[in-house]
Design a protein around this ligand. Structure first.
Ligand SMILES: NC(=O)c1ccc[n+]([C@@H]2O[C@H](COP(=O)([O-])OP(=O)(O)OC[C@H]3O[C@@H](n4cnc5c(N)ncnc54)[C@H](OP(=O)(O)O)[C@@H]3O)[C@@H](O)[C@H]2O)c1
Length: 248
């Protein structure tokens, strides 16, 4: 019999495309109540269309304190309490280190690291004992991949936060884990690099992954659902879903 998540309440930041949107769909199909966030109107509209009115789709920037405030109020109003926070919103700006600007550095950390941390801080009061938090890191955080210095560092910080938050939330019975995707063809690279650069990077990733392919969004979504609801004796860990890339 298929597992259901009937009436489980879920918030997914960065849930309007890619990994977040596919995870939202999977959980909705299994009966959960889901709220997704993102910034751009086009992606919000597309997500509304794809989810067919089944989810709450909210414009909210994780890097903006006022938006995090409104998000918490909305979640309280919609759900009352929260079983899963999937803190997944992230941006990437790959560039050689000589060309990285302070603006790029600040933007990356504001979303991937600081925004994530304070989103967790704002929403945790709504999570009862038995609930959980899943953070999105990246295999880049344990590798020395050229051009990814700022992004990789922003995700290494999140990996660290998975441990400290797990320790700090343990007394409340809330588990915190991270999912660490390898290269997944969600379009995230194409949105931040010129097409020829993105294509070259994707071809390189395909070649370097031991399984010789990119991952699928669904493969990350399954890991998220496992960490969130199945992994009841697991906290503070990071699960690599990367075709063996960070392990072999
Ligand atoms: N794809 C990969 O190969 C890969 C590998 C390792 C890790 N990851 C991580 O996986 C996560 C999801 O990435 P993805 O590949 O699914 O990318 P994606 O398709 O670009 O999705 C990113 C989502 O985050 C949202 N977002 C970005 N900045 C935001 C902000 N400040 N506030 C709220 N929402 C924001 C985006 O919407 P808006 O832009 O409209 O806000 C979108 O919904 C990210 O954390 C990424 O770093 C991806």
């Amino acid at each position: 019999m298929a597992t259901t998540y009937e009436d489980k309440t879920v918030v997914i930041t960065g849930g309007t495309s890619g990994i977040g949107l596919t995870t939202a769909e999977r959980l909705l199909d299994a009966g959960a109540r889901v709220l997704v966030t993102g910034r751009s109107k086009d992606a919000l509209d597309a997500a509304r269309e794809r989810l067919g009115g089944r989810a709450v789709v909210l414009q909210s920037d994780v890097a903006a304190a006022a938006d995090r405030e409104v998000l918490a109020e909305r979640v309280k109003g919609e759900f009352g309490s929260l079983d899963l926070l999937f803190a997944n919103a992230g941006v990437t700006r790959h560039a050689p280190f000589e060309q990285v600007t302070e603006e790029q550095f600040d933007e990356t950390f504001a979303t991937n690291t600081k925004g994530l941390y304070f989103t967790v801080q704002k929403l945790v009061p709504l999570i009862p004992e038995g609930g959980s938090v899943v953070l999105t890191t990246s295999v880049a955080n344990v590798m020395g991949l050229p051009m990814t210095g700022v992004y990789s560092a922003s995700k290494a910080a999140v990996r660290s936060m998975a441990r400290t938050l797990a320790a700090e939330l343990l007394p409340r019975g809330i588990r915190v884990n991270a999912v660490s995707p390898g290269p997944i063809d969600t379009g995230i690279l194409q949105r931040s690099q010129p097409p020829e650069v993105a294509e070259k990077m994707l071809a390189g990733y395909r070649e370097s992954v031991p399984m010789k392919r990119l991952g699928r969004e669904e493969e990350i979504a399954r890991a998220v659902v496992f960490l969130a609801f199945g992994a009841t004796f697991t906290t503070g860990t990071e699960l690599a879903v990367d075709g063996g890339g960070s392990q072999l």
